[in-house]
Design a protein around this ligand. Structure first.
Ligand code: HEC
Ligand code: HEC
Ligand code: HEC
Length: 387
């Protein structure tokens, strides 16, 4: 007997299927337990969909910046140790057996990482993977931070445990138990020793490590440090790398940490610049740019101004790359900051990339330091080399 297909019958059949599906879901017979894992075919299908989505959407990602920079890798590794290794493991740090029981379980990067292009890794790290527990980046607009993580991921397969430990923990490496990264506590619990978390990246003396991987915070104004840390913790200053440590420390610890780092001697970083660039930068710092309504930087960042208002940051002796990076973030509207950051938002938008580079170089070379907003031309000052 032939059944003629009509719109009415097709509609009824579809309705019956939907109702059956709802009844099945309502009955509770479907097994959502993670313990059994997926069927092979489900796992294949889900991964196929994920790969296709990543491949297509990665086409819209910009060309990667140079990813072989040691500073970028160190910045990525510092965050990886507390933000990713608890799920994925790391060289010499076997994956936590608890996370191996999730479905899908996070791939174990302690020995291998699938082949993805830089842009595909960027896409995965920036947005995460829905239905899997793979989180997106805390501040997806911080593309510079996501690239730092990609730089680390690309280096990971060839990285030995010792190199990983140094990159992830800096001077704290000898104090860390082996295998600690696979502990789940890295995601939320502050370590018993307040400084231990910060010192992994900033060192105990606040000078940082691995070139310009981390800003110098030694000898920075205490009021500014506290304001910056509270801005990270409260989310008004946007950084996927700094928000977690500032949040897990808690406010009482932030006050103690601001006091500690403010009391460390400031040592300018060793950097060399082209004298013409410094001269252009000095001009902006002293005179501002009247034609684009940019005030003189020294009216707020010079020694005298800082004595009047210690919640403004000192810039002298900082890494030029960091200063320039912060100005670029304001230009893109993603820096944020403390209660007075709106002045810098306006100034950042008005500086061209060339102007930002010149003025950053001048401050980095020591301009605006103690002793009357002195300029330092030509030769960069000798400072302590990074350890
Ligand atoms: C809560 C656990 C968890 C955390 C934390 C986590 N991930 Fe994942 N990640 C996963 C899971 C689960 C998958 C598997 C996704 C899938 O099967 O499609 C995954 C997949 C990935 C992949 C794709 C790997 C592949 O070959 O399919 C990359 C790359 C990745 N994660 C990087 C990171 C980075 C970098 C971080 C830290 C910023 C991080 N993950 C933090 C759980 C996590
Ligand atoms: C995983 C590495 C890492 C850890 C851990 C870390 N920091 Fe940072 N810190 C950074 C990076 C990277 C930046 C630059 C953030 C940006 O570009 O927005 C930064 C920025 C800062 C700033 C702002 C500096 C400025 O001039 O505005 C302060 C203050 C700071 N960190 C203090 C701390 C303290 C205190 C801790 C411990 C609770 C800590 N950091 C833990 C990497 C780290
Ligand atoms: C009216 C006062 C004022 C003037 C003028 C000013 N700044 Fe700022 N600047 C600030 C304040 C306030 C902050 C702190 C913002 C925050 O993070 O809350 C800041 C922060 C910065 C930072 C980030 C420092 C760090 O450690 O993260 C840079 C870089 C900077 N200013 C550069 C400049 C430059 C370059 C000029 C001149 C073109 C300039 N500023 C002029 C008030 C000023």
């Amino acid at each position: 007997m032939l059944i003629r297909v009509t719109w009415r019958r097709a509609g009824l059949a579809l309705g019956a299927l939907l109702l059956g599906g709802v009844l099945f879901a309502w009955s509770g017979l479907f097994n959502i337990a993670a313990s059994g894992g997926h069927w092979a075919v489900t796992e294949w299908a889900l991964h196929w969909v994920m790969r296709n989505s990543v491949r297509t959407r990665a086409l819209l990602v910009e060309a990667p910046p140079p990813l072989d920079s040691p500073a970028l890798r160190a910045r990525g590794a510092g965050h990886y140790a507390s933000g990713c290794a608890p799920c994925h493991g790391a060289p010499g740090e076997p994956q936590n057996p608890i996370v191996q029981r999730s479905t899908p379980s996070p791939p174990d990067f302690s020995d291998s990482l699938d082949e993805w292009s830089s842009r595909q890794l960027f896409r995965i790290v920036q947005h995460g993977v829905r239905y899997t527990g793979m989180p997106g980046w805390i501040e997806p607009a911080r593309r510079d931070e996501v690239w730092a993580m990609v730089a680390l991921l690309e280096a990971l397969p060839d990285m030995g445990p010792e190199e990983y430990r140094r990159l992830a923990y800096g001077e704290e490496a000898p104090r860390r138990a082996r295998g600690a990264a696979a502990g789940m506590d890295g995601l939320s619990t502050p370590p018993p020793d307040l400084l231990a978390d910060c010192a992994r990246c900033h060192n105990r003396d606040g000078r940082g490590r691995d070139g310009a991987a981390f800003p110098v915070i030694a000898g920075q104004n205490e009021a500014y440090l506290l304001q910056a840390l509270r801005a990270f913790a409260g989310g008004s200053r946007h950084s996927g790398i700094m928000q977690p440590p500032a949040t897990r420390a808690g406010d009482a610890a932030l006050q103690a940490l601001a006091a500690h780092y403010a009391a460390q001697p400031r040592a300018p970083v060793r950097q060399t610049f082209d004298p013409a660039l410094l001269a252009a930068g000095e001009n902006i710092a002293r005179q501002g740019l009247p034609e684009s309504q940019v005030p003189a930087c020294l009216s707020c960042h010079g020694g005298a101004a800082l004595r009047r208002n210690p919640s403004w940051p000192r810039l002298e002796g900082q890494h030029a790359a960091y200063l320039e990076g912060q100005l670029a973030l304001w230009r893109d509207g993603v820096r944020g900051g403390g209660p007075f950051a709106n002045v810098m938002q306006t100034i950042g938008e008005r500086l061209t990339p060339d102007q930002a580079r010149a003025v950053s170089a001048w401050f980095a070379a020591g301009g605006g330091g103690e002793g009357g907003d002195r300029a330092s031309h030509g030769e960069a000052r000798e400072g302590l080399a990074p350890p």
